[in-house]
Design a protein around this ligand. Sequence first.
Ligand SMILES: *[C@@H]1O[C@H](CO)[C@@H](O)[C@H](O)[C@H]1NC(C)=O
Ligand SMILES: *[C@@H]1O[C@H](CO)[C@@H](O)[C@H](O)[C@H]1NC(C)=O
Length: 307
Amino acid sequence: MAVLCRRNMAYLYLVLSFLLCSGFGFAELEKFEQSINGDGSLSFLVIGDWGRRGEFNQSEVALQMGSVGEKLGINFVVSTGDNFYDDGLSGEDDPAFEESFSKIYTAQSLQKQWYSGNFPLHYPYLITKLAEIFFIDTTPFVKMYFTNEEGHTYDWRGVKSRKPYTANLLKDLEVALRESSAKWKIVIGHHAIRSIGHHGDTEELINRVLPLLKTYNVDFYMNGHDHCLEHFSDKESPIQFLTSGAGSKAWRGDVKEKNRDGLQFFYDGQGFMSVELNRSEAKIVFYDVFGEVLHKWSTKKELHSSI
Ligand SMILES: *[C@@H]1O[C@H](CO)[C@@H](O)[C@H](O)[C@H]1NC(C)=O
Ligand SMILES: *[C@@H]1O[C@H](CO)[C@@H](O)[C@H](O)[C@H]1NC(C)=O
């Protein structure tokens, strides 16, 4: 099993992992210590479903990410997956890496670590005192991919058996969440738990992942997959569901049930999201291709805990 970290001359690099040597059959959480700013704050951008050689406004979104990234002094970038269309990367030297990544996200402020899920079998797990960020491989939870209902074919090398694989993911997630003492807990997957976009809710995640997120007071679940931007709140818990899957081709007008409970915001064009955290507050902002703010949301936490 290997993690591929490729750097280009501009220090832009992406934590990718491939099934270069499979056989083990379980995803591994890979821990990263991510430093935070001197004033105790942390900020990052979230983008998903982006790699289309600059087309479908990918370049426009990238430009605005650069300027928001600079304004906020971001610490890193999170990708919610589906990074290279149509079929991912064929290997380390696939030209799509340059054409859809290095040559697109060129702004100085984006020359930071990019963390990405949706590349089995390694999943980053970022730890700071302020926040812990867990990536979870949501794909094997989705039954449809194994029954081939959509007519797509999937590469399941490495995921030998779906049941033990997903059970192991949940166990890792549970241990990590239980042991976390961070102020903010964030879980990132590719598929939405709540969405009114094209794919809608992912029932398997509602049944198997959401209960854990609620038990351990996860603050945010972030995902891509539906090519839109959206924000849902939950009635029974503080968790916020945030979709940022609008990095290139958006699905205009592809919307289900517009008046869903808990829906705070939905946008069917391209854009991205920023997250700013400190000990007392979290702030989420969504932007369009012009860098205009589409939606803002923030929440406060009491300061009496140990960090
Ligand atoms: C790019 O974004 C603009 C503004 O939202 C939109 O009008 C246009 O249709 C988008 N282009 C594509 C190819 O999606
Ligand atoms: C962080 O902390 C200060 C107060 O300590 C607050 O005024 C500021 O706006 C906070 N928010 C963020 C998201 O940085």
